[in-house]
Design a protein around this ligand. Structure first.
Ligand SMILES: NC(=O)c1ccc[n+]([C@@H]2O[C@H](COP(=O)([O-])OP(=O)(O)OC[C@H]3O[C@@H](n4cnc5c(N)ncnc54)[C@H](OP(=O)(O)O)[C@@H]3O)[C@@H](O)[C@H]2O)c1
Length: 270
């Protein structure tokens, strides 16, 4: 797929992987539309993109609200005249044992990660079909392998993967490409903003962010995978190994994942 002059919508692009995608797709010649909930972070990101010579616009849009997504799709068409590529990236994580977790937190995670993907896709879809474009979902290794103390996050990512696989098959004769991206641990704000049992952010990352893949590396891999027309993209050596082992020895993986996650700082289980 050619990127130049394509109109690319990136949800949750005011930080991390989304911001890196906006930059790399913009530098490749795409016209970018970004969203996020914070006006301040949105304006800062637009300024950063403009400084890099990227043609861009954007708006405050809560992924979890259907009406915000509907307005967003209309605004992009009004501004650029079309939508070619949608990158469903907006996401939030959580960390708590399910037995302690307030169900409102479960709903919040599903509303942003899963329903946010459904809403944005629904409202951008007709344009993407018209332009034989692409729908990308930034899922996670948790889209095919669960992690303890991340039940809501895992459920939201499995749901994303199922939705996008069914949709891919539905639109494959219409010239629309669907790419599911499963990053491994990536340095970003996701763990600082992750919700705890009562819905308050955990603030401090329990992992060493410096040892992780960078958001720029993830964005570059996403751009390359789209250009090559790849169906799935699983990132990090650890993520690829998890994918392989979970397919063939899922019982052993239960132990491996438990032991690995129990070593996290302040793990809620041991
Ligand atoms: N980092 C990792 O280790 C990792 C691994 C696998 C998958 N992922 C996935 O990658 C995606 C991006 O995460 P990241 O790591 O780049 O995290 P991040 O740095 O925290 O960025 C998340 C972005 O999503 C936006 N966002 C959150 N809730 C939103 C909502 N309701 N509506 C609109 N925007 C919203 C945030 O902006 P506002 O807060 O201003 O709204 C921010 O721009 C997520 O879907 C995440 O699940 C990340």
């Amino acid at each position: 797929m050619e990127i130049k002059n394509k109109v690319v919508v990136v949800t949750g692009a005011t930080s991390g992987i989304g911001q890196a995608c906006a930059l790399i797709f913009g530098k490749a010649g795409a016209k970018i539309w970004i969203t996020g909930r914070s006006r301040v972070k949105l304006d800062e990101t637009l300024l950063l993109l403009q400084k890099e010579g990227v043609e861009c616009g954007g708006e405050v849009c809560d992924a979890a609200k259907a009406e915000h997504n509907e307005k967003m799709a209309h605004d992009v068409i009004r501004h650029y005249g079309k939508i070619d590529i949608l990158i469903n990236n907006a996401g939030i994580s959580m960390r708590a044992l399910f037995r302690d977790l307030d169900l409102k937190v479960f709903h919040q995670v599903m509303d942003i990660n899963f329903w946010g993907t459904v809403y944005a896709t629904k409202y951008c879809m007709e344009e993407i079909i018209k332009n034989k474009g692409a729908i990308i979902g930034v899922s996670s290794i948790n889209g095919f392998r669960g992690t303890p103390a991340r039940t809501a996050y895992t459920a939201s990512k499995f749901a994303m993967n199922g939705f996008l696989e069914a949709l891919r098959t539905e639109v494959m004769k219409l010239g629309v490409h669907v790419l599911v991206v499963c990053p491994g641990f990536t340095a970003s704000n996701i763990r600082n903003n992750a919700l705890t049992a009562d819905g308050s952010p955990q603030e401090e990352s329990p992992r060493d962010e410096e040892k992780m893949m960078t958001a720029d590396q993830v964005a570059e891999a996403i751009l390359k995978a789209l250009i090559k027309g790849k169906r799935d993209l699983v990132l990090t050596r650890q993520g690829k190994l998890a994918s392989f082992l979970n397919k063939w020895v899922p019982g052993i993986m239960d132990q491996v994942v438990y032991n690995h996650m129990a070593k996290e700082k302040d793990s809620p289980f041991k």
